[in-house]
Design a binder for this molecule. Structure first.
Ligand SMILES: CCCCCCCCCCCCCCCC(=O)SCCNC(=O)CCNC(=O)[C@H](O)C(C)(C)COP(=O)(O)OP(=O)(O)OC[C@H]1O[C@@H](n2cnc3c(N)ncnc32)[C@H](O)[C@@H]1OP(=O)(O)O
Length: 214
């Protein structure tokens, strides 16, 4: 048998005999020169709703019938909080939330951190730990925070607790978000939706706000 596939990165894994040895992944660990995150002076006040960045977003869009409808609020630091109620539509196993849905809820909460720093960024990497099963009708209390910033790289983490902000930890994630320009969406999105978004002055204003208020 040939060597195992290691995602093309020989630094991550090495085959030793038939065993696969995985070296620690360092890309979610801020490098020594990384800076502490700064809360933008115009970030929403603590407790203020952050609002949806796009009404068709699966995570936060109010016009998206199949979405999670997350409504994040600003925290005290460079963090946001949100609650997510697991419904029967979110099941993976009978009566239990699907892991991918929970990862989406974490991802969306992490994405809302953009508004605390006035930066547009997208998920580059998301590593999720599922610690407890999450039953239908659970209210998952989500908290995401930026840990460090290194150039365009934003190192952040999120937790999801069952039933309350101090409830049992059910899911957690470390993530690397990468800062992008609005052109990331314009150049890559499907024409139909981009055209509609560009014709919506509120959407354009939301997207450009961070670029004119650096
Ligand atoms: C008019 C319409 C307006 C619409 C306005 C909407 C605005 C509001 C949107 C908010 C949205 C939030 C929503 C929730 C969060 C999502 O769900 S976002 C959607 C999911 N994510 C994506 O689709 C991203 C897909 N990936 C990409 O597009 C590209 O890979 C990226 C992430 C932009 C990076 O590409 P790039 O810009 O070419 O940068 P690149 O040089 O490759 O990497 C930069 C650095 O990051 C590192 N890096 C990149 N990827 C990784 C990785 N996976 N692991 C480790 N390191 C990495 C690189 O090694 C590099 O490090 P240095 O060399 O600088 O040390």
């Amino acid at each position: 048998m040939g060597p195992a596939w290691h995602g093309g990165d020989p630094a991550l894994c090495t085959a030793v005999g038939s065993a696969l040895v995985t070296a620690p992944k360092t890309s979610l660990t801020p490098p020594p020169g990384a800076l502490a995150p700064q809360r933008h002076p115009e970030a929403p006040a603590p407790g203020e709703p952050i609002g949806s960045h796009y009404d068709q977003c699966f995570g936060c869009g109010t016009g998206q019938p199949h979405g999670l409808h997350l409504q994040a609020r600003a925290g005290e630091g460079v963090n946001v909080i949100a609650e997510f109620t697991v419904t029967p539509d979110h099941q993976g196993a009978p009566g239990l939330a699907h892991g991918g849905v929970l990862a989406s809820a974490l991802d969306e909460t992490l994405g809302a951190l953009n508004w605390m720093m006035h930066v547009i960024s997208v998920t580059g990497r998301l590593e999720t730990d599922f610690l407890r099963p999450v039953p239908v009708e659970t209210v998952l209390h989500l908290d995401a925070q930026v840990r460090a910033v290194d150039g365009r790289k934003i190192y952040c983490s999120a937790t999801g607790r069952i039933g309350g902000p101090d409830g049992p930890l059910a899911v957690r994630a470390d993530a690397l978000f990468i800062e992008v320009k609005v052109e990331h969406f314009i150049d890559n999105g499907r024409d139909e939706e981009i055209r509609a978004a560009m014709e919506d002055p509120d959407q354009v204003r939301r997207a450009r706000a961070f670029e004119v208020n650096p």
